[in-house]
Ligand binder design. Structure first.
Ligand code: DUC
Ligand code: ZN
Ligand code: ZN
Length: 478
């Protein structure tokens, strides 16, 4: 016995800034030493010159979230966090969603009950604000923010979730006062509704028409409007699941003007296209229905460029798990439901890290440091978890991934540990996968899932520094 519970030896440690070789000493679930030649541990793991990164933070994932339309999410806090750990993710941030007419507190309490006794890795909650009543804005949200729920998502589409511009302004103003991070789902609801009506009237019901009902213009307009509303209030925002050039141009323009506009993208916009939704009347394309929809090869390149050049802060999965077969997933409204009735979302929590390491790092598109920045460090900063999470440093939680590289894997759903009956990335070639995942110093994946049920801890979040307003409009009574 010595000063450490565990030493990870000969690590090629990667942070968002550096790659360096060291031993990593772990005690009581935290990193307590990083140096050459550490001695004195109950247990050692030899990383043998392999890349060791911080565990991934998947800051956009849906688990056991009530949908209200008859569909049911296939992953709960057990299967979802198990799948995450097997893919190298050690923290997830799913959404406690306010029901219209209900309170945020009810949503949070219900979500804690759903999580109870299940998570295998650590987790925080974002909120989804669907009903910003005076009580919510003046009492509930400030209290919840003070308790560690410091980020929330607002929707510009979906009738059950959507806020109008006035409500968005009220909520942004509250976020500015309280120092919370606001995430925006930017698509224009009325354009989608109008296009959907016309498509259905013309008999265009197949999954592929989902993409026709949500062209890039719809995302571009809402992104522009979200940025304008945030500029009016003078508050930072984060645009989630950016799909292509038109929305990204709006974001870059705003960033160039000095506005604090952060952006997230997801693997579906790198690896899928509108063709993934099918080219006939069959239902198979439902597997890839998500919103915004995947675009085309040129837009995939735009997204890669944005990952390389820093336009994007985070790559998250937007894991939204609906089974393809069975009565409560993609077919909840019938075996051949029209595109507008098919649950939006695709699984991806387990594949996010390996897809980006294989196609980003192994191909030389991005450095290992940028990989860490995009999959872990920036998410920790943006959502108030840094430096407990998101880096390899003395005092940080010992959440690590030891990578296997130079693999030849063909992705198949049977390899995965989610509760969904397909992966949209089946057949894709991978050259890397986590050999081992540690969560607070405990092995949660070493080729098989490990860890006791409910060992994951809830993480109250700090007010994130990137959510701090620039304080330009001191004359406005915001
Ligand atoms: N938005 C999400 O964030 N996730 C799934 C579907 C959607 O529209
Ligand atoms: Zn969304
Ligand atoms: Zn989502």
């Amino acid at each position: 016995m010595g000063p450490f519970d565990l030493i990870v030896r000969n690590a090629k440690a990667v942070t968002a800034a550096d790659v360096f070789t060291c031993d990593i000493g772990i005690r009581d679930g935290r990193i307590v030493a990083m140096a050459e030649g550490l001695e004195g541990a109950a247990r050692e793991i030899d990383a043998a010159g392999r890349h060791v990164t911080p565990g991934g933070i998947d800051s956009h994932i849906h688990l056991d979230q009530p949908t209200g339309d008859g569909s049911v999410m296939a992953d709960d806090f057990l299967s979802g966090t198990r799948s995450a750990a097997c893919g190298g993710t050690t923290t997830v941030i799913p959404f406690a969603c306010q029901q219209k007419g209900g309170t945020l507190r009810e949503a949070v309490d219900d979500y804690h009950r759903r999580a109870e006794g299940k998570p295998l890795i650590d987790y925080a909650f974002h909120l989804i604000v669907t009903d910003p009543t005076p009580e919510v804005l003046t009492t509930e949200l400030p209290q919840l923010i003070a308790e560690g729920y410091t980020s929330f998502k607002l929707y510009m589409t979906y009738d059950a979730l959507k806020l109008d511009d006035r409500q968005i302004l009220d909520t942004l103003s509250l976020a500015r006062r309280e120092g919370a991070m606001v995430m925006l789902h930017a698509e224009n609801r009325d354009c989608i509704a109008w296009l959907t009506e016309k498509l259905l009237a013309a008999g265009h019901t197949a999954p592929r028409f989902h993409a026709s009902s949500r062209p890039m213009l719809v995302e571009r307009e809402a992104t522009h409007r979200a940025i304008a509303l945030a500029e009016l209030i003078d508050v930072p925002i984060l645009i989630v699941h950016v799909s292509g050039r038109e929305a990204l141009e709006q974001i870059r323009r705003a960033q160039g003007l000095g506005l604090k506009i952060y952006a997230e993208t997801c693997p579906q916009y790198l690896f899928l296209t509108a063709d993934s939704l099918g080219c006939d009347e069959g239902f198979e394309g439902a597997k890839c229905i998500c919103s915004p929809p995947p675009r085309d090869a040129a837009n995939q390149q735009v997204i890669w460029d944005g990952l390389e050049n820093g336009s994007f802060a985070v790559l998250s999965s937007d894991h939204a798990p609906f089974r393809f077969d069975g009565p409560d997933g993609k077919r909840a409204h019938g075996v051949n439901a029209s595109f507008d009735q098919i649950a939006n979302g695709i699984p991806g929590v387990e594949t996010r890290m390996a897809l980006l390491w294989s196609e980003g790092v192994c191909t030389g598109r991005i450095t290992p440091q940028r990989f860490v920045d995009l999959t872990s460090t920036q998410a920790a900063r943006l959502y108030g978890l840094y430096p407990r999470k998101g880096t390899l440093a003395i005092g940080s939680d010992a959440d690590l991934v030891i990578w296997d590289e130079n693999l030849e894997l063909i992705l198949d759903n049977a390899m995965l540990h989610h509760n969904v009956d397909y992966t949209p990335y089946a057949g894709r070639r991978l050259t890397a996968w986590p050999a081992l995942t540690l969560s607070r110093g405990e092995v949660v994946w070493d080729g098989t899932p490990q860890g006791t049920l409910g060992r994951g801890q809830f993480l109250p979040c700090d007010r994130p520094a990137p959510a701090m307003a620039r304080r330009r409009h001191s004359e406005l009574p915001l």
